[in-house]
Design a protein around this ligand. Sequence first.
Ligand code: UD1
Length: 333
Amino acid sequence: MEVFVTGACGYIASHTIVELVEAGHNIVGVDNFSNCSKDVAQRLRKACGRFIKIYDCDLRDEYSLSNIFQYERFDSVMHFAGLKSIRESYKYPLEYYDNNIKGTLNLLKMVEKFGVENFIFSSSASVYGFDSTPPFKESYHVNLPVHPYGKTKYMIEQMIFDLKFTTSIILRYFNPVGASSSGLIGENPKGVPNNLMPIIVSVAAGRLDKLTIFGNDYDTPDGTCIRDYIHVVDLANGHLRALDFAFRNQKSEVFNLGTGKGTSVLELVKTFEKVNNLKINYEFGERRDGDLPVCVSCCKKANDKLKWNAKLGLEDMCKSAWDWELNMKNFRV
Ligand code: UD1
């Protein structure tokens, strides 16, 4: 297949490209490099063992995007590009709507105009709301999330449900962490990290002096929030299965990609300390606005229909996240 990947140099897309190339697909990528440096493209090519064409283009630039589609031919579009910080989305909501919604709209116009058969979208567990009981199933009614970031995911999902010109697969990610064993790609957000694992890693590396755990008075066994952490390589593999599914069944579907296992913030910290033989300086702080106490997937649908399940455990996630940090030192300028 010829697959067009947006946000190609980002954390999840780059891992997915490696899996797609390994399975024999041809990739063309696009990135505006707003959240990663340009040298990721070189490392990604090295990880793939071959040249991958990656256009430097913002999806909101309809003219340039249209030029790419005129020049290339795609069987499928995998859409990862998007701003993804909840905190930042409260501060700059219009930037989030503009980037995520407008970018997707332009992309979908190209999918329609150039007759691309399939569209795969990176959605998020944030579409499940406070009124649902975990584990979250795809059949649950989704609610308008509280934060602008989650709202953009919700709105894009609604847009995709209305499309008749392509088959679409919506993948709702839970909490992706870890890195590939190549040591060439991994999570490396620009600026101060927002998500738990990059913060833990930054504390371990001495770039941050401590982790503040947001709340220890939740109704969970140790009082801290529970999430469904999934190794990014398993997540990447889920995209490969989704692509196969779409072309075999010619059907649009929504799938959760998680492990179905819940881990508390404290458990993640303790596992990270144990497998990497390190100490993480942490303190308990106030609850964070908009945090669900428990966010865990039911992955039965993906297990059954995609013949996919997550294989790597929490220890692999913690170990590979730290290994990546150690490797990354070689790439810092
Ligand atoms: C959220 C979204 C997820 C999205 C991701 C992108 C929900 C339910 N989930 O994940 O879909 O892809 O953001 O950013 O909206 N924590 C701390 N201290 C910190 C940072 C985090 O204790 O400094 C805790 C949080 O309270 C949470 C857990 O760690 O319980 C994970 O947080 P985070 O990594 O930010 O991801 P989510 O908010 O779960």
